[in-house]
Unconditional design. Structure first.
Length: 232
């Protein structure tokens, strides 16, 4: 049994609601191992309270990576890319450098970081994580996935970027695109590759404002909220 605990579900926006007050962060618990994905500026719990064995970081924006703005002294291993480590003002005490495309194991979790398009200054990764039960793809911030087919095929759960439902948050700089893919675009990816369980976190202004209407229209898609728990 693997538990998913959504500690926070809000993007880097001023807007909030009773359901979305803290920056997106996911705790995965299986076979006694607690794995945390992202830990940003607005968080409800201290790391000592969450007590993860390891932390995975997607990129160096402040809603995902507290070390960008604060010195956090902990011996918990923090898995991150070299770009993220070098970008932050402060450094984790126990950094573990990862390479996109290179798998590593944290007890029962087999983690594959992969490159996503999102930011030029703060290159980001997503994570494909094999749990004892299912495979989860986690993309809290992205425009697109490099090698989408190989990443999405075989996934049982897609946890994606909820910044916008239909609004265009994609920008172009030269021949590069950056920003956030629409929820509807990501749903289409999941349909194409047969992913049965679709969840969105990192909710933005439009999504929070239209949350109730979206849920009524799309009862097969979950908009996560702070404190939500799922067992897979």
């Amino acid at each position: 049994m693997t538990r998913l605990v959504f500690l926070g579900t809000k993007g880097e926006i001023e807007e909030s609601s009773g359901r979305h007050q803290y920056h997106s962060s996911l705790l995965m618990i299986s076979e006694g191992t607690r794995l945390l994905i992202d830990y940003g500026r607005l968080h409800r719990y201290r790391l000592e309270e969450i007590a993860p064995q390891a932390i995975l970081i997607t990129h160096a924006h402040p809603d995902h990576y507290l070390w960008l703005e604060e010195e956090v002294k902990t011996e918990i291993p923090v898995y991150l890319t070299r770009e993220t480590l070098d970008y932050g003002k402060f450094k984790p005490l126990n950094p573990q450098i990862i390479e996109p495309g290179a798998e590593f194991a944290i007890a029962p979790f087999i983690c594959l970081p992969y490159r996503v398009l999102h930011s030029i200054r703060c290159p980001a990764v997503g994570y494909k994580i094999k749990t004892p039960e299912k495979t989860i793809v986690y993309n809290s911030d992205l425009v697109d996935i490099a090698g989408k087919e190989s990443i999405l095929e075989g996934a049982g759960y897609y946890i994606g970027d909820g910044s916008a439902i239909r609004a265009n948050l994609v920008r172009r700089r030269g021949d590069q695109i950056l920003g956030h893919a629409r929820i509807m675009t990501q749903i289409n990816w999941c349909r194409k590759y047969g992913i049965p369980n679709i969840i969105f976190t990192h909710l933005g202004k439009e999504t929070i404002e239209e949350e109730e209407a979206f849920r009524a229209e799309h009862d097969d898609v979950i908009l996560a909220y702070d404190g939500m728990e799922l067992v897979i």
